[in-house]
Design a protein around this ligand. Structure first.
Ligand SMILES: *Cc1c(COP(=O)(O)O)cnc(C)c1O
Length: 381
């Protein structure tokens, strides 16, 4: 991905840099020294702390958000002949997993202002075959929760909270919207374990199934097999996956979780500075739902000649990102479903969205520099 590229180049402001404090390193070192490197006590601790923070009963730690989404679909019984509604403004892996279970992704366009799935369109897309809806809290702006639940009319919603651990909607935290929620601890996300993810739910049976499937479908994990109570035989109940998170990563996750709210405050301040400087000059992505809290994961602007602006900014020492080129326009999906031209809002955004750096290690001065370079790019390209 090259996200940290330029980290060694003098004066290059990378698109993202995770905050790794001495305390985080200490936590990882302790986990390594403990001798338990695979899933055991630290994972249990991380699951409990994370689930509590997002308001869910159960947390199932996995090695990516993609794995969490995959397991959520399987646990909901989604399979061949089924349809899953999603928007094309998401990371491709969230759609890949629909293909993995043999179901058909049904793409629904997004709202123009916050690029979250358009719940009015969802209503029209629901058929007898619809088995799930995957909804993203895009860039950290919460999806339109109540309207979506209304439109879903009982179809389970899987929330993709890869950008939105901290989102709140009418006082409800991200794990309290009902259904199943998938989180990411990838290197660029609001908290990181390097690679990692979590599935949360209030449904105990679903959590149990996800726990089984994340480790081969095996009845006993390593802790049960090799822990203090002596060796025990295990069985395979159904062929599962190798999706478990290790204790070293869980230790980092736990340490990061403790800083998450302070980091959000920093991003809010950076976001405010961007908006102040760009107001009336460059359109910025903004959610507009009352009584909600955003997670401020990305700062997205809409610009003409996006790819030229991007190249210019990179050459001027500012790392940028693109979230996202519409999934239905990516080669595999384009060839298979031939939907180009049918989702105008997503397609318009696909060519114009540009993500500016937004992370706690940045200063307000960095924001001013990014804006100067962006404005220079816009006059020159
Ligand atoms: C990052 C991301 C994912 C995938 O997360 P991984 O942990 O890398 O699997 C899924 N959905 C969205 C919206 C993302 O941004």
């Amino acid at each position: 991905m090259g996200l940290q590229h330029g980290g060694s180049r003098v004066n290059f402001l990378p698109f993202h840099r995770p905050t790794i404090s001495r305390r985080h390193v200490q936590a990882v070192a302790e986990a390594v020294r403990s001798g338990w490197l695979t899933s055991a006590g630290k994972v249990l601790e991380f699951e409990a702390a994370f689930a509590k923070r997002v308001g869910a009963k159960h947390g199932v730690a996995v090695n990516s958000c993609t794995a969490a989404l995959h397991l959520a679909l399987i646990a909901k019984g989604v399979g061949p002949e089924d349809e899953v509604i999603t928007s094309p403004v998401t990371f491709a892996s969230a759609v890949n997993v629909i293909e993995h279970v043999g179901a058909k992704p049904v793409f629904v366009d997004v709202f123009r202002d916050d690029l979250t799935i358009n719940c009015c369109r969802v209503k029209d897309a629901v058929t007898r075959r619809t088995k799930a809806i995957v909804a993203t809290h895009f860039a950290g702006w919460p999806a339109h929760v109540a309207e979506l639940e209304d439109a879903a009319d009982g179809v389970p919603i899987i929330w993709d909270a890869a950008h939105g651990i901290e989102v709140e909607w009418c006082g409800w935290k991200s794990g309290e919207f009902g259904g199943t929620t998938a989180y990411s601890f990838y290197a660029t996300k609001n908290i990181t374990t390097g690679e990692g993810g979590m599935l949360t739910t209030d449904d105990g049976a679903l959590a149990e199934r996800a726990r089984l499937l994340r480790l081969h479908g095996m009845t006993k994990g390593a802790w049960d097999r090799y822990g203090p109570s002596g060796y025990k035989h295990w069985d395979i109940v159904e062929p599962g996956w190798k999706y478990n998170l290790g204790d070293v990563q869980a230790a980092l996750g736990l340490a990061q979780l403790a800083d998450m709210d302070a980091w959000l405050k920093k991003r809010v301040a950076l976001d405010r500075e961007y908006r102040k400087l760009l107001s009336g000059i460059v359109p910025c992505l903004t959610g507009n739902q009352p009584d909600t809290k955003a997670a401020h994961h990305l700062f997205v602007v809409f610009v003409p000649k996006r790819d030229l602006v991007m190249d210019f900014m990179q050459r001027m020492g500012v790392g940028v990102g693109v979230h996202f080129r519409a999934v239905h326009l990516l080669e595999y999906y384009l060839k298979k479903y031939k939907l180009a031209g049918t989702l105008p809002v997503s397609e318009g955004a696909s060519d114009r969205v540009l993500s500016l750096p937004l992370y706690p290690l940045m200063t307000l001065k960095d924001v001013r520099r990014v804006v100067d370079v962006l404005l220079a790019a816009l006059t020159l390209v």
